[in-house]
Design a protein around this ligand. Structure first.
Ligand code: SF4
Length: 332
């Protein structure tokens, strides 16, 4: 696409979005806190999953102060099902910073927004454009895919050169008076028409500007490492005091959350086998072998949690599923 067409490209996207844009709760507000929550949730979770959880979360934590005042276990428990718990810790840290350093008022200038914990380039662009209608650039995987095709560019989108190029393009193309609609539009184009499989070019509002003849071959990405297989051996110890659970220490991926206690394979191999659970985490394919057994001496970070407290105990989805499955089974 030629530089002289940039303005028309941005306007075509805005016009298309104003007529066809999807209605989401976070698009009905300019409240920066509500927008930050939606953006953090949407970073690694699908729109349908976020839609199912967003309004309940906003009812529980309608302002930064509500989240800042909640303890970490409550925040983690409320985030269950959304995954990638590092995000809720960052969100809570941002809420605390807003309360402690800005008297509970969400900052509106780029420099201050960037000082909040967990806020990077993308989230800064989203906050500035969606909350304040400030012409700030924004690039995510959808925007990169559209750029790679519109500009027929085979630079890997996840390479430093690809990222730099797309952020520069985003800054040049962002609509000067309606950046809120423009940034939503280009992401929505990538989600709905310019998709990863075969794009629907016939319906595309910017097809006259698009220079690729083989959109299916774009974008190009760097080669990814293959997923690694890992195995774990865990114990199910249910006693009159409750279910034995292990609290994850600081610095671990699920810091502050609970899981079924983990042991070496030779410590559990003679115990009755209950089930195998398989799931994927980032680039790992996990197989978890669960055995029933009595732990004579729980470790320092292990404790029996009464069954009545398990529902409010934060744990990742794989553990929640096992707890639900075997406690439901034992109640039948
Ligand atoms: S014309 Fe096709 S490939 Fe080009 S931006 Fe539109 S949907 Fe994507």
């Amino acid at each position: 696409m030629k530089v002289e067409h940039y303005k028309a490209f941005s306007q075509a996207l805005v016009d298309w979005f104003l007529a066809n844009g999807r209605d989401y709760p976070w698009r009905r507000t300019t409240n920066p806190w509500a927008i930050l929550v939606s953006e953090i949730m949407l970073q690694q979770t699908t729109i349908p999953t976020v839609l199912a959880r967003y309004e309940a979360w906003m009812n529980q934590f309608p302002t930064p102060a509500h989240l800042a005042e909640a303890d970490e276990e409550t925040a983690l428990r409320s985030w269950e099902g959304l995954g990638y718990y590092r995000r809720v810790r960052s969100l809570r840290a941002a809420a605390i910073a807003i309360c402690e350093k800005h008297a509970g008022v969400f900052p509106c200038d780029e420099t201050t927004i960037r000082t909040l914990p967990g806020i990077g380039d993308y989230t800064t662009g989203a906050l500035l454009s969606f909350a304040y209608n400030h012409p700030a650039p924004l690039v995510d995987a959808n925007v990169s895919r559209v750029f790679a095709r519109v500009f027929n560019d085979a630079t890997p989108i996840d390479s430093p050169a690809g990222r730099r190029k797309h952020w520069e393009l985003a800054a040049k193309l962002v609509h000067p008076t309606n950046p809120r609609a423009y940034n939503s539009a280009i992401m929505e184009l990538g989600q709905t028409l310019c998709t990863t499989g075969g794009p629907t070019c016939l319906l595309c509002p910017v097809r006259e500007f698009c220079t690729t003849t083989e959109p299916e071959k774009l974008p190009v990405k760097l080669l990814k490492k293959e997923a690694s297989a890992i195995e774990h051996w865990d114990i199910w110890h249910l006693s009159p005091q409750g279910l034995l659970m292990e609290k994850q220490p600081d610095g671990k991926r699920h810091e502050g959350m609970y899981r079924l206690p983990r042991r070496e394979q030779n410590e559990v191999s003679k115990l009755p086998h209950m089930c195998d659970q398989k799931y994927s985490v980032t680039r790992y394919k996990v197989t978890r072998h669960l055995h029933r057994g009595n732990v004579a001496s729980p470790k320092n970070n292990e404790r029996f949690i009464p069954l009545s407290e398990l529902h409010s105990t934060p744990m990742a989805s794989p553990d929640r599923k096992l707890v639900k499955r075997f406690l439901d089974d034992s109640e039948q």
